[in-house]
Every structure is written in C-alpha cells, then in structure tokens.
Design a protein around this ligand. Structure first.
Ligand code: SAM
Ligand code: SF4
Ligand code: F3S
Length: 445
C-alpha cells in the first residue's frame, strides 16, 4: 500500500510576481496535505504557472503541455492545471487545444486552488476560473497570503501592488493582471515582521509600478512611507523593490532611498527606448530628457547606486536613427545591467495593430547590437570596482563554483569568495579581486 501523501509539482515561467504566486500555490497545496514531488512524473497535481509577455514563454508552455499529455495517458488520475498570465490571456482556448488539462486558473484566482482541486478530484470534470478585476467599478481586492513556503528562507518577495493601469502600448500585463490595487500598509508590515522573526534578512517588494503604491486605508501613505515603516522592522537587514516606473519616481522616494539604511543602493528603472518619439508611441509617459534627469538626481543623491534597466528594441516604426539614439543613451548613461528584448506583437495590445512592424531579422539584429554594447559597459563598470570593499549578505554555496560561497552587494551584484558556511545569513565585508559580466570574485577581510 502506498502510504505517501499526494505530491505536487509547480513549473514557473515569467517574472518575480509569478515566482511569488508559485510560492503561494505551494503554500496552499502544503496546507491541503500535499508534499513537493521530486520529479514531474511522481506528481499527482502539476501546475504550470505561465507568462504571456512575449511569444517565447508561451511556446515553452505549449511544448511542456505536449510532454505532459503522454504522462497523463499513463496516469489518468494526474491533475494538470494551467495558471498565470497565459491562462488568463487564452482562457478556455488552451483546453480546447489540450483536452488533457483539468484546470485553467487566472491570476486573481490562486486562493481558490484548494477548492478547485477538490472539485476536480470529486467530479473528474475540468474547471476554469478566470475572474479578474479590470472594470472601473470592480472591487480592488488583494488576495490573502500564506508565508508557509517562505519559512526559513533568507530572502523573499513581498507583493505591495497587484495589476497595472499603465497600458504601455506593447504590454499585455494590464490585460492579464487586472487593475492596479495596493495592499494595506499594516498587512505588508505584519507579513514582513513575521518573515523577519523567522530569519528572513532581505525582502524584495514587488509591483509593476511600486512608485504608485497607495495604502487603501490612507491615501497620503505612498511608497516612501511604506519603505520607512519596513525599515523599522527588527531583524530585517535589507529592502529591495522592483519595478520603479520613471514617470512616477519622485524626489521623496529618492530621499527615502538614501536616508533609510536598510534600503539597498540599487534601482531597476526600465527606460525601454532612448528616443522620445518612440517612448511616446510606447505610451510610457516620459521623455528621454526626464529619464536622464532622474538618473542625474539618483547619482547625485547616492553616487554609489547601481542602476539597471529594461530595453525594448524593434518597436513598430522604430527607425535606424531612433535605434541609434537608444544606443547613444545607453552609452551615455552607462547602466550597470540591462534586460534586453526584441519587440513581440502580442494580440490585444495597441502596438500590435500599428503599421511598420519590423521583420524578425531586423529586430534580432538590433537586439544583438544592444546586447553587445551593454555587455561591454557592464564588464567595464564591474572592472572599476576591483580593489573596493563591499558589504555582502552571504547566501550560501555558489551555484557557479561549489568550492566558494556567494552573496549579493547592496548594489545587487553577485560576489563569489572563499568563506565559511557559518557566515550564511550575515552581512560581511568582502574585497573585490576579479570582475566578470555576472559580478565579482572577492576575498573576505
Ligand atoms: N512594469 C515594468 C515596467 O513598466 O517597466 C515592466 C514589466 S514587463 C513584465 C518586463 C519587460 O518586458 C518590460 O519592461 C519590457 O521591456 C518587456 N516587454 C513587455 N512587453 C513586451 C513585448 N510585447 N515584447 C518584448 N518585450 C516586452
Ligand atoms: Fe506593462 Fe507598462 Fe504596466 Fe510595466 S507599466 S507592466 S510595461 S503596462
Ligand atoms: Fe510577469 Fe509574464 Fe505575467 S512577465 S506579469 S508572468 S506576463
């Protein structure tokens, strides 16, 4: 007789928001008595937490669903669920193409997973749950949270806002994540206090645009006030946040970043394009000049700050000259790091209907150029730090080199160094001895 409890596996694509959602799903399944399976084939419940931001992550999910069909033929009791942004975007159509799927669960329905799984086990009928607050008068409900899957972790994500109201013309997120809603400040503070009391040292606050955070019980409490409240929590050592939208980055937030000691010296500030006309057609709500002013203010307030960005090339109608403007701004700003993407037309988004779509070859040739430029700058900037001493939060054995341990600087750069496991979870001083594209090698002091 098999005495083991039923097992689950969650496969995750996409951004940190999805990683956090997967942790929530894992917590709920553990509360139901499920244990984490080693392999997909051992799982009784498999959830695919998907991303729709570009075509590639959706293709990967389709391939995975093809593989799972074979497993399901061997084990018809296995429950397969598709969750996340692709489930929200494609809805019931995913099931029509993949009749072996039991559940299609939208981004605002995670809390219902236990109830939905029980119903499928009982009835053996597939179910779809896709309600999402998007209309103006929909209630701005935020989900309840469980920190079970975070227990014992040194660092975790904590969402502060859900959804997005910006509707950048290329982006699917507002359609699949619903309208923007902020969590109560007291609820966030309680969660972070609980995490810190369980040994968590670093939180990353999540939102598509954290700068527009507003506590629902008090409209005058914004993101800088939230940072100040979290900075006071005993045991917590570092606070990070992502993503900051340039149109809403205030002087008050820059001041909070430099005066609150636990807030890290790193900002991820997606520029997308270095040409004001392209930015206007992307509906980003700022000009290149405004973006450059923000960079100057950040560097003046905190010269040691690291700045990373997102760059999106090959937007419809982007001319050769406009692309060269982006290269020039990247050269001038000298970002520490960038996530770089070639534009994909995503159905439903405004930009998908624009004329003058670039060819796959044109977009990818531009992407290659921008990656080459930014990689050179990242290496040059990292080299400037050789010999400097950084405070590092030690995280564990280095995945790149098992003879070393590793951690992150306040600037979000990885450092590998020889050290002792007893320092895991502590802030220690490390001198940089070598620099690479990914970060540093160092020595303890
Ligand atoms: N909320 C963040 C912001 O406004 O900067 C960005 C979140 S989005 C999930 C992450 C990045 O994906 C974007 O900054 C953009 O560069 C990229 N992205 C979004 N839509 C895209 C598309 N249709 N094609 C290619 N890249 C895209
Ligand atoms: Fe997408 Fe723009 Fe919202 Fe970011 S701010 S999630 S790019 S619509
Ligand atoms: Fe994130 Fe992808 Fe959804 S980037 S918000 S998982 S579309």
């Amino acid at each position: 007789m098999n005495t083991l409890s039923p097992a689950f596996k969650i496969l995750t694509w996409g951004c940190q928001m999805n990683e956090d959602d997967s942790d929530q799903m894992a917590s709920l399944l553990m509360q139901m008595g499920y244990r984490l399976a080693g392999e997909v084939a051992e799982a009784d419940v498999i959830l695919l937490n998907t991303c729709s931001v570009r075509a590639k992550p959706e293709h990967k999910v389709s391939t995975k669903l093809g593989e799972l069909r074979i497993l399901k033929e061997q084990n018809p009791d296995m429950i397969i669920g598709v969750c996340g942004c692709m489930a929200q975007r494609q809805g019931a159509a995913i099931r029509r193409r993949n009749p072996h799927i039991d559940l299609v669960i939208g981004t605002a329905q995670i809390e219902r997973i236990p109830e939905l799984i029980c119903e499928v086990v009982r009835s053996r009928h597939p179910l779809t749950a896709l309600d999402l607050p998007r209309a103006k008068d929909d209630a701005p409900v935020t989900p309840g949270r469980s920190t079970q899957a975070h227990y014992g972790k040194l660092k975790t994500f904590v969402p502060v806002t859900y959804g997005c109201d910006n509707f950048c013309s290329y982006c699917v997120v507002p359609y699949v994540r619903g309208k923007e809603r902020s969590r109560q400040l007291s609820e966030i503070a309680e969660e972070v206090t609980g995490l810190a009391s369980q040994g968590c040292k670093e939180v990353t606050l999540l939102g598509q645009n954290v700068n527009s955070y507003k506590s629902p019980d008090d409209g005058s409490t914004g993101f800088p006030e939230l940072l100040a409240r979290l900075n006071d929590i005993d045991g917590l050592q570092r606070i990070r946040f992502t993503t900051s939208h340039p149109k809403d980055l205030s002087d008050k937030l820059i001041e909070a970043m430099v005066t609150l000691p636990k807030v890290c010296r790193h900002i991820h500030l997606p520029m997308q394009a270095g040409d004001t006309d392209v930015l206007a057609r992307m509906r980003r709500g700022y000009s290149v000049e405004h973006y450059l002013d923000l960079i100057a203010s950040l560097r003046q307030a905190a010269p040691e700050i690291a700045i990373s960005t997102d760059i999106l090339v090959g937007f419809p109608g982007e001319t050769e000259e406009q692309f060269r403007n982006t290269l020039q701004v990247i050269e001038d700003v000298r970002f520490d790091m960038a996530f770089m993407f070639a534009y994909n037309a995503i159905p439903k988004t405004a930009a998908a209907a624009l004329p003058d779509q670039l060819t796959y070859q044109e977009k990818n040739a531009r992407l290659a150029k921008v990656i080459e430029l930014q990689n050179r700058i990242t290496i040059e900037k990292n080299t400037e730090h050789i010999g400097q001493v950084f405070e590092v939060l030690v995280e564990g054995i280095s995945p790149k080199d098992p003879t070393r341990i590793c951690g992150l600087t306040s600037q979000n750069k990885t450092v590998n160094f020889e050290g002792v496991l007893q320092t895991i979870g502590k802030l220690i001083r490390v001198r940089v001895t070598e620099s690479h594209l990914y970060g540093f090698v160092g020595e303890t002091m």
